[in-house]
Design a protein. Structure first.
Length: 177
């Protein structure tokens, strides 16, 4: 299960000694998702619902990024599992991409990301037990990867967008001053 620490001082997830029942690659992905959730909560704290929908200086809104983090985690894991996107996932992707007009609250979007990460943790535990070199294909173009490649991309992709959330949150807070 993906959780945020209630410890002080802060210890990064990879140093907490957790998920020892999962292979090293799977454990690293789980830790990356935990760190992502910690950072999302930390850096969005104090932002208003209006601010998370803003696009300061042309930056992507935090609302879009939170939606995208949750949705992309599900999609990438589907490829890791050997599947292709379902009609429901494709419909969700369309809503995600055109969702700038939606007005979810920060609390709703963080809850969506957290639920996505909890679901991902269960899936990663199963996927990480497989041969990580097993070939997989991605998308309509059937691009080649492997189970390991897809798994690592979940961590990489999530952290990339968390960085964007942090940057946008800092800009929003600076613009208040």
């Amino acid at each position: 299960m993906i959780t945020s620490p209630a410890q002080a001082p802060y210890t990064e997830p990879w140093l907490r000694g957790t998920h020892t029942d999962v292979s090293a690659a799977g454990r690293a992905v789980l830790h990356a998702l935990e760190l992502a959730l910690d950072d999302l909560k930390k850096w969005t704290a104090g932002l208003t619902d209006a601010e998370i929908h803003a696009q300061p200086l042309g930056l992507t809104s935090i609302a879009f990024l939170l939606r995208h983090i949750a949705g992309s985690t599900d999609r990438i894991l589907t490829y890791a599992e050997g599947g292709q996107l379902s009609a429901e996932q494709l419909a969700s992707l369309k809503v995600e991409q055109g969702g700038e007009g939606k007005q979810e609250s920060l609390a709703e979007l963080l809850a969506e990301a957290e639920a996505s990460f909890r679901n991902a943790a269960d899936r990663i535990r199963v996927i990480a037990a497989a041969d990580l070199n097993t070939p997989r294909i991605v998308g309509r173009k059937q691009l080649p990867t492997s189970i390991g490649g897809a798994l690592i991309h979940v961590a990489d992709h999530t952290q990339r967008h968390v960085g964007q959330v942090v940057t946008t949150a800092k800009v929003l807070k600076a613009l208040r001053a």
